[in-house]
Design a binder for this molecule. Sequence first.
Ligand code: HDE
Length: 677
Amino acid sequence: MANENKKNEQLEQFRTDDREKKMTTNHGTKVSEDEFSLKAGERGPTLMEDFHFREKMTHFDHERIPERIVHARGFAAHGEFELYESMKEYTKAGFLQDPSVKTPVFVRFSTVAGNKGSAEAVRDARGFATKFYTEEGNYDLVGNNIQVFFIQDALKFPDLVHAVKPEPHNEMPQAASAHDTFWDFVANNQESAHMVMWTMSDRAIPRSFRMMEGFGVHTFRFVNDRGEAHFVKFHWKPVLGTHSLVWDEAQKINGKDPDFHRGDLYESIEAGDYPEYELGVQIIKEDEEYNFDFDILDPTKLWPEEDVPVKIIGKMTLNRNVDNVFAETEQVAFHPGNVVPGIDFSNDPLLQGRLFSYTDTQLIRLGGPNFHELPINRPVCPFHNNQRDGYSRMTINKGPVSYHKNSLADNTPEPASEEEGGFTHYQEKVEGRKVRARSESFKDHFSQAALFWNSMSDAEKQHIIQAFSFELGKVKDPSVQQQVVDMYANVSLELAQGFAENIGCDIPQSGGSDVTKTSPALSQENSPKKPDTRTVAVLVANGFDGSEVSSIISALKDRGAQPEIVSEKLGTIKGSDGAELQADHTFLTGESVLFDSIYAVGGDEVSEQFHKDSLYFIQEAFSHCKPIGATHEGKKWLEEVSISSSPGVVHGDDVKKFVNEFIEAIAKHRHWDRQLV
Ligand code: HDE
């Protein structure tokens, strides 16, 4: 499927395979020696005329480009988007007309605050940027996994980013918001209240890029071929559901495997378990703009799905890893201003500011105005205009004419009429005085933060209180801590009191919100739950019951789970009946935090160390609320750590019953009720 993709065909022209080739310089001269520089005598000085040395070293000296100022740490994949039904009624966008057309896409996921080498399971928003290579040009949906944003006006973005990045006097902490400047920003820019609820929730520590929602955040416009517009918000919904890690687990993962999320995405695609996301749209008619108790242009507000349903219109499948991370993932240049006819902007002041920033940043990052010619950024349709020259220009424009209007080239390239596909901006009527002000309708910062809080399950609420307690526990300035407590007393007294107590602040006695509404779609508990692609650490020692273990492993695989063998040493593990298993991990390389669930088996020849390691493995997984299954020796271990009758712990002698119950427990993702008892 991946090879029938027009973008893939285009990229193929630029790919090269150096295997089994003779080495040359960049100018094509064959190189005869690549270990020793040219010297005047074996022990003499290196000579300037060694062109191979000069070229190799100069290229190396220039191998790095500036990392992205935000979203530096990212990982990407190719794929395709298919539409379920024509959206002609709402938009004339070519790729949203015909369900039989597949549009190539490139998606880059990222953390926001950390640098390019930082760990991935950090508490942060995640970028979810999609480039659709449509026949009418590139359309970029540059979103996040959080539905709203910290600020309402782009002018504040540099302040926000300065506050969350490591503090400038000591460059600490890396990839974390748990420090004074971030929380000082929050308390003094209270429009952040709603998004901070999301970043303190489980949403900010996703289990996988494959299990994360994506949101366009801003309000955009769909425009149809009659020139009629509708306001629209975009959603990506992962087919596997939206699921998260536990904070203690996430912190440990960052040490054990800083590449946890990219590894998960890469391996899934290599294994053919292609990540899938459905595209949804929320649509509001132009004349219904003022029907809501919030301003639909305010990016700190979401449109509750229960009030404005998400219409699912298509599916994206990521089916191919990149060939080269620098050429593709690092050089891809997204821009929310890359739109196609039928998709237009709204007056959201955050969006308007983004329209400036993205080209500007590519100019420094990619070193000049020709980054659109890089293979990953090229549209799959032709492009013609009078823009010329600049660093690293690749296109060879023929002829003397590079201006419009002209007669020497019959006035071409000429602008296209609307009928010919020319982009015409939606003719919204705008009038007003030039002012620097926040609209009255943007001034309620707490109602939707309260809506989010009200919509959480008990376990999710507990996680949010713990997250505030952790983050503010790291803040050194007591006045900043107290300001945040007082701010969140406006959202929920239960929340503010919960973390105020943990961080030794004055506990607010009054406040709270009068919002009682909930939006069930905001709770991850209501997200789809499936056993598919869930990893199972199978703890096995020599002398295991061969036939039983093999049948359980194959039954788990049949139901979509991915068992991996963990033992004391790598190599072959022998069953009592001559069965053999190969260990994928040892206790040294396969920690419990790297798996979704545990199947404890053991065997007749369990050493003291194996026993100790298994108990630790099981207890840690249990504390992270993971599903645990056990047969034979494993059942004794459950008793030893007194968890045999806990929720999500499955054991038994009837293989079929055991597999059914264990799969059900795995599908649940986590058994939060353990934390609540
Ligand atoms: Fe970005 N953002 N952003 N942003 N953003 C960048 O562009 C910016 C915002 C988002 O994988 C930068 O190429 C401003 C919201 C993603 O390559 C930069 C404002 C949302 C990515 C930039 C915002 C995003 C970026 C840095 C406030 C979600 C990574 C490097 C007005 C809807 C794209 C780059 C990738 C990257 C500016 C706010 C998403 C500096 C000024 C809101 C996913 O141009």
